[in-house]
Design a protein around this ligand. Structure first.
Ligand SMILES: [Zn+2]
Length: 271
């Protein structure tokens, strides 16, 4: 009897030790190789149904070099696999919608290969502006803390068609998601560099002040709403008016470029 009890304890002890060793290895592997695994071991190739819209409509994708294109495609596929797309006020979500929405997310995180907006599992798409019961207003898009990204397709497409006016709904909402993702406690927490964020915040408030005093108008006035809207508008301009942005305010442009770990003005995107 005693032998059985001792053996039982021994077995439990061995299981306990093994479990901890395996957990430890898993955590360390994620720490040291997380970025590497996510960047290079993207096994699934993109479904051709998603690749076609990227080739046709994604300016960002069109400008990538061939090896970056392959990484972008696989990351888009991985993003699509992880999310639930939900149609609201229309029949269904098309492959084109999925590809281009995922494309906007991967464009923003292209310099952060392990970031997939883990907190945001659901993407709601409306055909046009939609009425929000919470704000009692019509919206073009929003990102909420419950883990939902909402977009109006009409506005998303318009933002993509004119890729030079510094207005792009997809990039705007993904920029909100990026900042929230950075602040939410999960496996993707804190990927943005703290020192850069401090520099950015300082630049942001200085510029908002100038805009409010009527001394600066490079960004549209909506950017003065608060620091989050300022960031989202800056991201739109970073991609759509890169050279003008850099000429206008090199320090702000370079800070954002380092935060996102990419530079649209360089042929190899990653800095
Ligand atoms: Zn916004």
């Amino acid at each position: 009897m005693e032998v059985i009890i001792v053996s039982g304890f021994l077995l439990l002890f061995v299981i306990f030790v093994l479990y901890n060793i395996i957990s430890g290895i898993r955590i360390m592997t994620k720490w040291y190789f997380g970025d590497y695994i996510n960047k290079y071991l993207l096994i699934a190739k993109i479904d051709p149904l998603y690749k076609a819209p990227l080739r046709k409509y994604s300016k960002f994708y069109q400008q990538l070099n061939p090896s970056d294109k392959t990484i972008f495609e696989k990351r888009v596929q991985k993003f699509i696999n992880q999310k639930q797309f939900i149609a609201r006020g229309m029949e269904k979500i098309t492959d084109e919608m999925k590809a281009l929405i995922a494309g906007a997310a991967i464009q923003l995180t292209f310099g952060h290969p392990s970031i997939y907006f883990a907190h945001f599992r659901r993407i709601l798409v409306y055909p046009d502006n939609y009425y929000s019961e919470i704000s009692k207003r019509y919206h073009t898009g929003e990102v909420n803390m419950g883990g939902i990204i909402v977009l109006s397709w009409k506005n998303f497409v318009e933002g993509n068609i004119d890729y030079e006016d510094g207005k792009n709904l997809g990039l705007h909402e993904m920029a909100h998601a990026l900042r929230l993702e950075n602040a939410i406690t999960n496996e993707e927490y804190g990927f943005l560099d703290d020192d850069l964020l401090m520099t950015w915040t300082d630049l942001c408030y200085r510029e908002i002040e100038k805009m409010n005093e009527g001394k600066s108008d490079f960004f549209r006035f909506y950017a003065t709403t608060n620091s989050q809207e300022f960031f989202a508008v800056a991201v739109e301009n970073f991609f759509e008016r890169s050279q003008e942005f850099k000429d206008w305010h090199p320090k702000m442009y370079n800070t954002l470029s380092k935060m996102l770990n990419q530079d649209p003005l360089k042929s190899s995107r990653l800095v």
